[in-house]
Design a binder for this molecule. Structure first.
Ligand SMILES: Cc1cc2nc3c(=O)[nH]c(=O)nc-3n(C[C@H](O)[C@H](O)[C@H](O)COP(=O)(O)OP(=O)(O)OC[C@H]3O[C@@H](n4cnc5c(N)ncnc54)[C@H](O)[C@@H]3O)c2cc1C
Length: 458
């Protein structure tokens, strides 16, 4: 039976802590005061107060800090670990899909799932940094769920979230931290989160499932939702943390002081979304770093190693989607024949030298590896142990054939349906992992699964 003990209109303890802290701060509370005028325009008082609390950058920063403090509390963490049992649903990972699943589940009348996150900062890929370091590749629009090409819907919509990303800013393309905040607020309202909990394997003793953690040993659950995202950088073994960085290492560096100091010539390897975001940062057309000045830190030369990118400005304008158009003009030489950005249509592997990175006999101050991600296979969760889980004729997740475990999000690798092919959505392969496609599927899973009941795994 669905659980009716939660009052869904009330803030959770974590959200209440945010609202109280913002209300008590004379600067951060300006958004709360301003929103009062528009209260009737919101779906309810909670959405109105929360929007007001995070409307200004000061409110957002304070909310972010309060959530970190809430989730870092050790006595709360210990109590949650003790509460684990075969009547609970557990989600591995705390990104976009964890938030979608938790919100839909609770709004469907079921208890809050427990989220196990290996990092200390919940929120997944978009919460990698607490300062904006990349822009989303889908436009910022109001509206409900729908594909990126549908002007009447919001491709950044998080089903069930107490507020949506479009409530945070007017930018054409929002920063990663906007989406991260929505994910974190959703988890704060609809889930319990344990940080520093790396799952290393999943097994069963016949009653429920056990998630093996590195720090807390085996934790019991009645069902596991595996929401581990795209995985970790393929080439992380090539990185040396100084002159050769993975994409996440580079993005974290952009939040520090003078992140481009000494980086006059840079190589970027890989032409996907991560590579394009790295090149935007290096050109100075990504989100502004926390502390940087063009007069001191302009990168003079960017060599971009990729076999699938246009090499000229003209081709770029014709072939590349709107979001990344501004990169194209940097492929055009100036009137003296100089240009900062060059696409080299070949693959490369950097070698770390003291103080530089070497590629094909050329040295660079920095090389950024944007060559993609790979899932780490956990014991008991090999991809071949899963089959599609279909509801109402649509595959929405992958289901383990023996254990009550479901894979959701990009690593469920759900193939395009015939309708998606007809609509042209399959023409762009990266659409397969876009949250506007995978989010509603995860919501459909959360709305479809029966309640978890403690008992033997059959
Ligand atoms: C730089 C970049 C930009 C992107 N931009 C967009 C975009 O604009 N639009 C879009 O739709 N998609 C974008 N994506 C794709 C994006 O990753 C997904 O759409 C979305 O973030 C996936 O959400 P998720 O919840 O599945 O995974 P994630 O957000 O990656 O979260 C997975 C979480 O699982 C945790 N985890 C992993 N292994 C374990 C373990 N063993 N134990 C415990 N925790 C674990 C991780 O620490 C992480 O917090 C981008 C990806 C990257 C890398």
């Amino acid at each position: 039976m669905p659980d009716t003990s939660l009052d869904l209109a009330q803030p959770s303890a974590a959200i209440q802590a945010v609202l109280t802290a913002v209300a008590a701060d004379p600067v951060a509370s300006q958004g709360l005061a301003a929103i009062q005028d528009r209260n009737p325009e919101f779906a309810g008082p909670l959405a109105a107060r929360l929007t007001g609390a995070v409307l200004t950058p000061d409110g957002r920063r304070l909310a972010d800090r309060i959530l970190n403090t809430y989730w870092a509390d050790d006595s709360r963490r210990q109590a949650l670990v003790r509460s684990m049992g075969t009547d609970r649903e557990v989600i591995i990972g705390s990104g976009f899909h964890a938030a979608v699943y938790a919100a839909t589940r609770v709004l469907s009348g079921y208890p809050k799932p427990l989220v196990l996150e290996r990092a200390e900062r919940p929120g997944g890929t978009f919460a990698l940094t607490d300062w904006p370091v990349f822009h989303l590749n889908s436009p910022n629009r109001r509206g409900g769920a729908g594909p990126a090409g549908d002007q009447a819907s919001s491709p950044n919509y998080l089903p069930g979230a107490p507020i949506q990303a479009a409530s945070l800013s007017m930018e054409d393309y929002q920063a990663n931290t906007d989406m991260a905040l929505i994910i974190r607020l959703t988890l704060a309202q609809y889930a319990e989160v344990i940080t520093g909990a790396q799952i290393v394997a999943v097994s069963t003793d016949g009653i429920g499932v056990q998630a093996e953690t590195a720090a807390d040993g085996p934790l019991s659950a009645g069902r596991i939702i595996d929401a581990r995202g795209l995985g970790d950088p393929i080439d992380r073994d090539l990185a040396n943390d100084t002159t050769i960085l993975t994409s996440p290492q580079f993005l974290r560096r952009m939040t520090g002081s003078w992140p481009l100091r000494g980086a006059r010539s840079v190589a970027v390897l890989g032409g996907g979304d991560s590579g394009k975001c790295a090149v935007e940062s290096l050109l100075g057309i990504g989100p502004h770093p926390r502390l940087a000045a063009a007069a001191l830190d302009t990168v003079d030369r960017i060599d971009w190693y990729s076999t699938d990118l246009p090499t000229t400005c003209q081709q770029w304008r014709r072939d590349i989607r709107c979001r990344y158009q501004p990169i194209g003009r940097h492929l055009r030489p100036d009137r003296y024949g100089r240009r900062r950005l060059t696409v080299l249509s070949r693959q490369a592997r950097p070698i770390g030298l003291p103080g530089s990175a070497l590629i094909d006999g050329r040295t660079y101050d920095l090389a950024v590896l944007c060559t993609g991600n790979k899932e780490t296979t956990l014991g008991g969760l090999a991809p071949e142990l899963f089959d599609p889980f279909v509801t109402h004729g649509v595959p929405v997740a992958q289901q383990h054939y023996e254990l009550p475990v479901y894979r959701v999000g990009p690593h469920a690798r759900l193939p395009f349906t015939a309708e998606e092919r007809d609509d042209g959505l399959a023409d762009m392969p990266s659409n397969a992992v876009s949250m506007w496609r995978t989010g509603p599927l995860t919501a459909a899973l959360a709305a479809s699964l029966p309640p978890v009941t403690a008992g033997p795994v059959t």
